[in-house]
Design a protein around this ligand. Structure first.
Ligand code: TYD
Length: 202
């Protein structure tokens, strides 16, 4: 049975390690797992990612590039994987566009919704893990961990808006979302992820 699972949250939420653990868990149980990310996941989409993360541009250009990358990614990777029954684990998907370009940058979410319809033609993740934590906690984790990209340099006010963008998407699709309290220690975060899978018999 194919499954499409996405992972979301503000930068510094710590989702990466849990994606790895989840892939391992699903493989142990016999699933074919495709791990991928957005923006990215294909040669063209990775080139667009490079531009989006490092090249200053206006919000509409940013939204168009992210959705162009998504279109290529869906056609070349996600749809074929789902068609052969694989589980796709995607590090960020369209909720990130609503959260970062929409809520964060203040770009018109009605335009994003139109692009979403054009590009995805009804495709949505079956499950979205939203790793939620306060912007300040995430900033402390980021400071300890890595060199920031264009988004990671933005201030707490920006990440608070991104967080409320995720919250709004979660309210719109409560069935699809699993909110994870990502401020807790790593083992407790993983326990919440596992509980969600067990609840679904995955
Ligand atoms: P991220 O997924 O956090 O990767 P890494 O762990 O390598 O830093 O970084 C991707 C960045 O792209 C993140 O800051 C959010 C941003 N982004 C958008 O602004 N819009 C989008 O639609 C997507 C998918 C990501």
């Amino acid at each position: 049975m194919s499954r499409f699972i996405s992972f979301e949250g503000i930068d510094g939420a710590g989702k990466s390690t849990h994606i790895e653990s989840l892939a391992e868990r699903l493989r142990e149980r016999g699933s074919e797992v495709v791990m991928t990310r957005e923006p990215g996941g294909t040669p063209l989409a990775e080139k667009l990612r490079e531009q989006v993360l490092h090249q200053p541009m206006d919000a509409l250009t940013e939204a168009l590039l992210v959705f162009a990358a998504r279109r290529d990614h869906i056609q070349l990777v996600i749809a074929p994987a789902l068609a052969r029954g694989a589980t796709v684990l995607c590090d960020r998907f369209t909720d990130a566009t609503f959260a970062y370009q929409g809520a964060g940058r203040g770009f018109d979410t009605a335009v994003l919704a139109t692009l979403e319809t054009w590009v995805q033609q009804g495709l949505q993740p079956d499950l979205t893990f939203w790793f939620d934590l306060p912007a300040e906690t995430a900033a402390e984790r980021r400071a300890a961990a890595r060199t920031p990209d264009r988004f990671e340099q933005l201030d707490a006010a920006f990440f608070n808006r991104v967080r409320s963008g995720y919250e709004a998407r979660c309210r719109q699709s409560p069935q699809r979302f699993a909110r994870i309290d990502a401020a807790l220690p790593r083992e407790q975060v993983w326990a919440q992820v596992e509980a969600q899978l067990e609840q679904r018999g995955w």
